[in-house]
Write a protein that binds this ligand. Structure first.
Ligand code: ATP
Length: 422
């Protein structure tokens, strides 16, 4: 085996490696070139685990995917518009297959016009040299590295470099991608690339890209393990305030969120949304919601932004009580999602609040009333809004340990009704 074949054998799970070898043999049979490309090759060379596999076929990518699904057992999902297919092989291995293609851009930010191309043309349409590497999978050349644009050297030197001067204007989302890769790997932007990036930002090229694509790239940054560095870099280039005037990084808050994630690991949290809350915290609610809509963030994120403001008021009131009863803790924190709890905790940085959240999650959220509206009916209480009032009060008494068991609950319900009648 050559050194890159050995790298694949060592760096990939055995069944995936076996699968790639088999794909190469199937390519031989059909007489098409088959290559592993992009992020997976980059990360193999860096020694970083990545099983997001992109395959390029010099020939009909979708046809090849269909052939593989039949021969190796699996199914495909076609994306005809892009000439790509997702192949899911039986043991659950997923691969993206595409025909090698050439792209041309009619105007900055537009989707590219796509035509058939060879491997070299396919690699030329990529964002950065470090993502323009390919490893051949066909048997005779298995593990041969294709590196027409100097990606390997840039990987070794820790450099992010575009392939040509037009790159950022062809696709301005690459501005955000450059920052993401630079910060993820602790690389630096190559000098000319950095100048081109600054020119692209100054020229307002990002405004030519759809909000959806900007949003997708911002989410990818927020999904990085520690997004603060990349967010700071976006700020440094003036990209944050370009995306949303007034948007700034609160470094302290990001650090506190990281800390809160590790301390509150019993909470199930979608991390990136908490970082997003931090990003828009300094902006007034109306503009924060406009921003979320403009970049097509999911509706649940807009709801979180609103809840974070509402939740702050409730938490502030709770923190003013010196010895809150369990029912007061419950009422202050009920309905707030884990994301909001983590965010507010990080923001407040108060051990008391952390204790209350722990009590809420571990104990109070599990408390259920034994009696229900039916029991009130049987007690002869006429139906109406009073049911909600009675059940709420009995529930709070349960939380505070003042009633235990069904008889207690019924007794209290009856007492409340009588008092109410007086
Ligand atoms: P990650 O580890 O973040 O998933 P990746 O490199 O695998 O990184 P993808 O977004 O999955 O990123 O893209 C796969 C490949 O497609 C990239 O390696 C790159 O070659 C190419 N690519 C993706 N987006 C662009 C773009 N906007 N312009 C040019 N090439 C791109």
């Amino acid at each position: 085996m050559n050194s890159f074949a050995t790298l694949m054998a060592r760096g990939l799970p055995e069944r995936i490696f076996g699968c790639l070898k088999r794909m190469g043999r199937e390519g031989d049979r059909l007489g098409v070139g088959v290559y592993l490309v992009g992020g997976a090759v980059r990360d193999l060379l860096l020694g970083v685990r990545n099983i997001d596999l992109d395959i390029v076929v010099e020939g009909d990518g979708i046809g090849f995917a269909r052939w593989l699904a039949r021969r190796m057992g699996g199914r495909i999902k076609r994306y005809d518009r892009f000439g790509t297919a997702l192949l899911v092989l039986r043991p659950g291995i997923k691969l993206d297959l595409a025909s090698a293609r050439r792209e041309s851009y009619e105007r900055p930010g537009a989707l590219p016009r796509v035509s058939k191309g060879d491997l070299q043309a396919d690699l030329y349409r990529r964002d950065f040299t470090i993502n323009s590497l390919a490893l051949c999978l066909n048997s005779a050349r298995f593990g041969k590295l294709f590196d027409p644009y100097g990606g390997r050297k840039d990987l070794e030197e820790g450099v992010i470099r575009v392939l040509h001067k037009q790159s950022f204007s062809d696709d301005p989302t690459r501005i955000i991608r450059a920052v993401r890769f630079e910060q993820r790997y602790d690389f630096s932007l190559e000098q000319e690339t950095e100048s081109l990036l600054k020119e692209a930002v100054a020229g307002g090229l990002l405004s030519r890209v759809s909000g959806q694509r900007i949003g997708d790239e911002l989410i990818l940054i927020l999904k990085e393990k520690r997004p603060l560095k990349a967010i700071k870099r976006l700020d440094e280039f003036g990209i944050l305030s370009f995306l949303c005037p007034g948007m700034k990084v609160d470094e302290e808050l990001f650090h506190q969120i990281e800390g809160a994630f590790s301390r509150l690991n019993f909470l199930k949290v979608e991390h990136w949304t908490v970082y997003l809350l931090a990003l828009v915290w300094g902006i007034d609610l109306k503009r924060a919601l406009q921003f979320a809509r403009s970049i097509h963030l999911p509706k649940r994120v807009s709801a979180l932004i609103e809840d974070s403001r509402r939740g702050k008021g409730k938490v502030d009131r709770l923190l003013q009580l010196s010895h809150p009863r369990p029912s007061q803790i419950y009422r202050a924190l009920e309905g707030l999602s884990s994301e909001i709890l983590v965010f507010l905790l990080a923001r407040e940085a108060k051990p008391k609040l952390e204790e209350y959240v722990g009590i809420m999650v571990r104990e109070l959220s599990k408390v259920k009333l034994i009696i229900s509206g039916n029991d009130l009916k049987e007690l002869g209480i006429p139906q109406g809004p009073i049911y909600r009032r009675i059940l709420d009060r009995v529930f709070e008494a349960r939380l505070d340990g003042k009633v235990k068991g069904r008889a207690d609950e019924l007794g209290m319900a009856e007492r409340i009704w009588r008092e109410d009648e007086v």
